[in-house]
Design a protein around this ligand. Structure first.
Ligand code: ATP
Ligand code: MG
Length: 384
């Protein structure tokens, strides 16, 4: 074979619970598609979360963060578990994840919600509504009301206890998340819906102004705006809505475009909408995510947790991590063909009837994590 032209370093953070099981399977898939596409991947496996607490005493060891910073991308399994739930805050696995996001300066969280035709029955919505849903929520991750100051507790003039928080966005924070969203939309179906509350909140008014101003730089992306209350409603009413033409005569020429392809929104709205969108698919074991910054390496992980109830039993669904690996290839390394190979193989494996317990239904073949992983590898091979 020709000598590979490119080589990437990937940091693997297996973490806790089912994390090591799903990472081991995804690693094999990355290795295989890399060899098919003619590039090299070198993995560095590092401790993180509860595993790091037990081994080293902190949830994010310095060597782990350094590895992630130096690498081209990081793939994380899952962290946490009952064992560490009562730890003090700085000794919780979850704190390590916050530190990792902070250390990598990833401010954009991408969460696709796709209803696969093979799994449409898992959706919380009616089949007609759920069928064909394929959207991506781009959530701002490091600003807004979760971080804004002033915040705290105090007492008002009547001696009543008060709690307060501040929604604050600087122009540059909106600009950089919007750019990632426009670029994401460009890699998808070219539709971007910005969700805000610009009728009430000043931070949202600025949000809308800056997103709108950027649109001229992305003429190939169709931009629309929606208020968050409406977006939450539309997501369960018709999550794949495309064109809505006003029926009244005087407005007949005006087409209201309410596209759910890529949705961009602030931290708190994105927190809520991305969970709402993922519930539409109904398959937590199938959903990947990416966290991206302006330049440096991204962080890719399944949205599910460490699932301590099934850990170590070879029952975990590895497909969310497989699809996270596909996002790593697409958004992290720009290796779109390799990403498509994994995505296509996941669909093919489902088409061939293989199901882990979480997505199993009558008439399908129940398999464990390892076997599911092996079947995906076979699918990758068979399409080569
Ligand atoms: P977090 O750790 O983010 O708070 P959580 O504790 O709320 O998450 P999970 O750990 O994701 O939730 O588990 C929720 C349920 O979904 C559990 O019953 C778990 O077994 C199941 N589950 C989660 N991920 C998977 C998976 N990949 N395959 C099969 N079942 C899963
Ligand atoms: Mg949990």
């Amino acid at each position: 074979a020709a000598s590979p032209s490119k080589s990437y370093n990937i940091t693997l953070l297996p973490g806790d619970g089912i994390g090591p099981e799903v990472i081991s399977v995804a690693k094999n898939a990355l290795q295989l598609v890399a060899s098919i596409e003619g590039f090299e991947v070198a993995f560095e496996e590092m401790p993180m979360g509860g595993a790091a607490l037990d081994a080293i005493g902190v949830p994010l060891p310095a060597e782990t963060l350094n590895s992630a910073k130096k690498s081209d991308a990081t793939l994380l399994g899952a962290i946490g578990g009952y064992k560490w739930d009562k730890n003090e805050k700085h000794l919780k696995p979850e704190t390590g994840l916050l530190q990792l996001r902070e250390g990598l300066q990833v401010f954009a969280n991408l969460r696709p919600a796709t209803v696969l035709p093979q799994l449409v029955d898992a959706s919380t919505l009616k089949k007609e509504v759920a069928e064909g849903v394929d959207l991506m929520v781009v959530r701002e991750l490091t600003g807004g009301i979760y971080f804004g100051k002033p915040r705290g507790f105090s007492t008002n003039e009547n001696g009543q206890e008060i709690g307060f928080n501040t929604e604050v966005y600087a122009a540059y924070e909106i600009d950089r998340i919007a750019r990632i969203a426009f670029e994401t939309a460009r890699k998808r179906r070219g539709k971007l819906c910005s969700v805000d509350k610009a009728n009430v909140l000043e931070a949202s008014m600025l949000w809308r102004k800056i997103v709108t101003a950027l649109a001229s730089e992305y003429p190939d992306v169709e931009l629309s705006h929606m208020y968050v209350d409406n977006a939450a409603m539309q997501l369960v009413r018709n999550p794949k809505q495309h064109m809505m033409t006003q029926s009244s005569m005087e407005l007949i020429l005006e087409t209201i475009i309410m596209q759910f392809d890529t949705i961009v929104t602030n931290n708190i709205f994105g927190d809520i909408l991305s969970d709402e969108a993922s519930m539409i698919t109904g398959s937590i074991g199938m959903l990947p995510s990416a966290s991206l910054g302006a330049a440096g390496p991204g962080l890719f992980e399944p949205i599910h947790g460490s699932a301590p109830d099934i850990a170590g039993q070879d029952k975990a669904n590895p497909l969310a991590t497989m699809l996270s690996a596909a996002m790593l290839l697409k958004y992290g390394l720009g290796e779109e063909k390799a990403a498509q190979r994994i995505e296509a193989a996941v669909l093919d494996t489902l088409n061939r009837g293989f199901r882990t317990g979480d997505i199993h239904s009558a008439g399908h073949k129940l398999v464990g994590c390892k076997e599911m992983g092996e079947e995906v590898l076979k699918s990758i091979d068979s399409k080569t």
